[in-house]
Design a protein around this ligand. Structure first.
Ligand SMILES: Nc1ncnc2c1ncn2[C@@H]1O[C@H](COP(=O)(O)OP(=O)(O)OP(=O)(O)O)[C@@H](O)[C@H]1O
Length: 241
C-alpha cells in the first residue's frame, strides 16, 4: 500500500455560512491521526469541507502537502473522504463503486482490478465485489467506502463521523481498522467524532472546535482531562464552563 501522508495547513481561513462564520488556523503534520471534536454546530464538518475543497474560503489559504490548493476543487486535491452515510451509489455493485475511485470512466486494466480486490480484502470484504450496497450492513457499506479511499491512494483521508450510526462493538472494530490502515499507509487521517472515547482510542492529536474556531489542540491521551480548554467541561457534561 502507498506510504506517506501530507501536511494540512489552514492559514487565516475564513468563511461565512448564512449567520454562521468560521475562522480557522490549523497546522497538522504529515502522517498524523487527528480527531476533530466539539459541540454540535461548532463547525467541524465545515473544517473538513474546507480541507476537502467542498467549501472555498472567502479569505485565507489552504495548503496540503506544501501546495496551495485554495482554488482547487475536491478532485484536484490529495484527499479522499468518507461521510457518515450515502457514500455509495445504490444501483452500482461494490466493485464498481470502488472502481469509481480509480477512474470515473471505469476504464480499468488488470492491475486496477487487482487493486480493487486487494482493497476489498484489506477491509475484510473478500468476495463482496458483486453485491449491491443494499445487500450490505451499515458497517460493511462503510468498509466499502474506506476501500474506495484506499484505491485512490491519496495522502489525506478525511472521515466525517463515519461510524456514528454503528453499534458500539462494530464501531470499535471500524476504529481499529482505521488505526491499522493509518499505520500501514502512513496517510494523514483526520476524523470528526462526537465521542471522546473514539478520539482517545485511536487519535494522536485532538482538535477542539467551538463557535467556528479551533479553541485548543493537543495530545489525545490527556486532552479530555484538561481544565484550560474553554467549553470543554460543558461539552463533556461536567459542571462548570
Ligand atoms: N451551507 C450552509 N449554509 C448555511 N449555514 C450552514 C451551511 N453549512 C453549515 N451551516 C451552519 O454552519 C454551522 C456549522 O455547521 P457544521 O456542520 O460545520 O457543524 P458541526 O460541528 O459539524 O455540527 P454537527 O456536530 O452537528 O455535525 C451550523 O450552524 C450549520 O447550521
Amino acid at each position: 500500500m502507498q506510504s506517506g501522508g501530507a501536511t494540512i495547513v489552514l492559514d487565516g481561513v475564513e468563511l461565512g455560512l448564512g449567520d454562521f462564520a468560521v475562522s480557522f488556523d490549523l497546522d497538522l503534520p504529515a502522517g498524523g491521526l487527528t480527531a476533530i471534536t466539539g459541540p454540535s454546530g461548532a463547525g467541524k464538518s465545515t473544517l473538513l469541507s474546507l480541507v476537502a475543497g467542498f467549501e472555498r474560503p472567502a479569505r485565507g489559504r489552504v495548503a496540503l502537502g506544501g501546495h496551495d490548493v485554495t482554488r482547487l476543487g475536491p478532485g484536484e486535491r490529495p484527499v479522499s473522504m468518507v461521510f457518515q452515510e450515502n457514500n455509495l451509489f445504490a444501483h452500482l455493485d461494490v466493485g464498481t463503486n470502488i472502481a469509481l475511485g480509480i477512474d470515473p470512466s471505469l476504464k480499468l486494466g488488470k492491475a486496477d482490478r487487482e487493486r480493487i480486490d486487494d482493497a476489498l480484502a484489506r477491509v475484510g470484504l473478500d468476495g463482496y465485489a458483486r453485491r449491491k450496497p443494499g445487500e450490505l450492513s451499515g458497517g460493511e457499506r462503510q468498509r466499502v467506502a474506506i476501500a474506495r479511499c484506499l484505491v485512490r491512494r491519496r495522502p489525506i483521508l478525511l472521515l466525517d463521523e463515519p461510524f456514528a450510526a454503528l453499534g458500539p462493538g462494530l464501531k470499535a472494530e471500524m476504529l481499529r481498522l482505521v488505526a491499522a490502515l493509518h499505520r500501514e499507509t502512513g496517510m494523514s487521517v483526520v476524523m470528526v467524532t462526537h465521542e471522546p472515547a473514539d478520539a482517545q482510542a485511536i487519535a494522536q492529536t485532538v482538535v477542539f472546535v467551538k463557535d467556528g474556531r479551533i479553541v485548543a489542540d493537543g495530545n489525545a491521551r490527556d486532552f479530555f482531562a484538561r481544565t484550560d480548554v474553554p467549553g470543554l467541561a460543558a461539552y463533556l457534561g461536567k459542571n462548570d464552563t
